[in-house]
Design a binder for this molecule. Sequence first.
Ligand SMILES: Nc1ncnc2c1ncn2[C@@H]1O[C@H](COP(=O)(O)OP(=O)(O)OP(=O)(O)O)[C@@H](O)[C@H]1O
Ligand SMILES: [Mg+2]
Length: 403
Amino acid sequence: MRILLFTGKGGVGKSTVSAGTAAMSAARGLRTLVLSTDAAHSLGDAFGLDKALGSEPVQVTEHLYVQHVDAQRRFEESWAEVQGYLLSVLDTIGVDRIAAEELTIIPGAEEVFALLELRRMAVSGEWDTIVVDCAPTAETLRLLALPEALGWYLERILPVQRKMVKALKPVLTKAAGVPMPGDSVFDALVRLHDELAEVRALLSGPEASVRIVLTPERVVLAEARRSWTTLSLYGYRVDGVVANRIFPAGGSDDWRAGWVKAQDDVLGDVGASFEGLPVWRSFYRPTEPVGVDDLREVAEAAYAWSGSIDPLAVPETAAPFRTETTGEATVVHLALPGLAQWVERDQVQLGRNGDELAITVGAYRRLLTLPAALARMRVSGARVEGGELRVTFSRQTTNTESE
Ligand SMILES: Nc1ncnc2c1ncn2[C@@H]1O[C@H](COP(=O)(O)OP(=O)(O)OP(=O)(O)O)[C@@H](O)[C@H]1O
Ligand SMILES: [Mg+2]
């Protein structure tokens, strides 16, 4: 099974390219699902469907299905138990009900819950290709990192808390009057964590790729570069860039010639910025591409730009995180492509705490839990080189320390 995620700044053509790629996959006879996790769904409009899309896949052609994930419903299903508990605590300490409800909603969480639907579809075994039309860049990045962050909390703090709560429950409930979480709350959290961890495993696995959609404009390119680095930081494989809404050259109109020239300059930078990745070009059509055939044509024309690459095959890209042992030292390679273009070297920071490596790039941070073998070694060097962060670990017994 192949999973393709499309991300990019607002309005660049994510839904169009996602839908087109899905239509292309289905035309090959592959069982294809395209789903959107963005609350502002527009896949139905792109396909020109007049029936309202429900939260289950709706058939468009023989092999093509489309689904608008009802994030709100998924959120309620998965979060209800925990929210119920939080509400009872807030109620006890006198927080107004409406304010309390707002407090128990995590911003951006809806989209994360929408990804749980992706997991359900992936494990169903019913699909050969799943295409995901993501919400604009920033949110997607943040949300993709959540399972790991939540996992950190659940693995370390939760078991301790759970034990403490068991022991202290009778005393505390009496003294403070604050209700203690029951087992069902913990169970709901653990289940949620496990499911999110599966989503993350799916999305960072070799069969999943992220594609960045952009338009040839400076501001859009700047953001796309940052996405490339940060997506890699979180362990996702970016396998290509779609440059959309390119004005075709021709005619004698100065206005058009001006735009063609400006876009051409930026396109040159796009190629240089995403070295090693295919940059697929998609021209600005005279009308909005609507309907399966139009959309498929957009995708086919774009992918034809790099004829030798099959856009649906699993690319042979190196894993974003790999280790290499020579003698006494092990080097961890973490891909951070495009880094030099938007971040100063000193904005990359590395921290170590026991079995964890905290990697900070600009405003983004990833907590990486080290494999057991590395956790026993000490960091003896780190540098940014050749589009990666290389951290050298040496076999030298030390106590866990912060560096
Ligand atoms: N190559 C193209 N030629 C002409 N029109 C296009 C092209 N690509 C996209 N469009 C049109 O541009 C508009 C925005 O495209 P689309 O909805 O795919 O963007 P998006 O990135 O999904 O936006 P959002 O961030 O709002 O979800 C749509 O009306 C779409 O039909
Ligand atoms: Mg869209």
